[in-house]
Design a protein around this ligand. Sequence first.
Ligand SMILES: [Ca+2]
Ligand SMILES: [Ca+2]
Length: 479
Amino acid sequence: MKLILALAALCTLPCGVSNAVERKPNVLFIALDDLNDWIGCLGGHPQTKTPNLDRLAASGVLFRNAYCAAASCNPSRTAVFSGLPPHRSGLYRNPQKLREVLPQAELLPRYFSNHGYWSAGSGKMLHYIIDPPSWDDYFPDKAKDDPFPRTFYPKRRPVSLPRAGTWQYVETDWAALDVTDEQFGGDWSVTNWISEQLAKKHERPFFLSCGIYRPHEPWFVPKKYFEPFPLESIQLPLGVKDGDLNDVPTEGRRIARNRYFAHIQEQKQWKKGIQAYLASIHFADAMLGRVLDALEKSPARDNTLVVLWSDHGWHLGEKEHWQKFTGWRVCARVPLMIRVPKGVPGLPEGTAPGGVCDRPVSLVDLFGTLTDLCGLPPKAGIHSRSLAPLLRDTQTEWPHAALTHLDKPENYALSTQRWRYIHYVGGEEELYDIQTDPHEWNNLAPRPEHASKLAEMRLLAPKELAPLPAAIQQTRSKK
Ligand SMILES: [Ca+2]
Ligand SMILES: [Ca+2]
């Protein structure tokens, strides 16, 4: 009788759920570098070609108001991997060393490893380091602590953009290379290794991280990725407007006018730069496609969560700026998409295909989201909330704002679904209504009719800001 009851209980479970619940789901964690909203499903540039990003987005939930915790690589990635935003960790800038600022932090892959997972990665996940103790396996060899496989570089540099001075980052350059994907190496090798891991059967559930480096500079990719973007066809970014900096406070103008855009215009290479960024995105998208195809064929196909994010956006002339490091939406907003299969502990029903969420979310929430979805205990002492309620119902109430830090504790941006607020050292401010002004052309902060909205946004700011170490205050990031 007992046996019959037990069998009856089993039969009431939805088809396909019972096995998945017994085993933790796998995680495929994919980062792209310096990718802004120039992907088809976010509509950032009319010419962009990203069929693979678009198919991944369509298969899960696309967050259209996702923001990075910081507008540059190191602090953004450190926030993702530690669950601590810059104002908690004190890591605000690229030159700061993760292990000097957070010597004891148990980073995301190590946390998964310590809870029964096999954690492995390839390519750039952290800022030019691997941090070997955080991973069970890595490609290239983690002992070298260099996340980049061999990559083809032209012998004579620069190829296209002359250097204007020592202030200029050596990698700000672009070219179509006469090589195959395999000869190029780099992201091809990274996605090759990731695909090999996906083809294997694993004893333990995996936490597999794929760091695609393009469209980070230099914008050198095989020439076939340039072909869909003939130079004479290139359109300027949608957010470019003459005189846009006129209503921006002093500190915002200082950050915007970093010399790159003036130099690129002087060299008459604005459209060449746009073309090369589009080509680099197209290449990165093709590399992503290899991984998605490998997952389709993988024994882990039906039990793997997929999370894809970029560490921050990128300007190509909007607000006279070229690069990252700003609080405007073009830089603070990032692609984020999450696909959850059925049967995971934190969301047994999985995500519905074609989900779109406009609630403001932060990449710092990925740590808490993944532990929640995979049924791991929430990590103590971090500052990362689960996005599972939004994956369940993209319209659910969400009273939170997303915070994006710039290079100083007092320089930050806050994003709600409709409003964006930027605060600079000394108290200068900007306020934008992105419902009516998506490119943030009209700074409403000085207008008396918006005083109450401004006051409301100020209240969302963090009450305490970890200081920036004195030794790092004199350094400036070029990259
Ligand atoms: Ca980056
Ligand atoms: Ca303006």
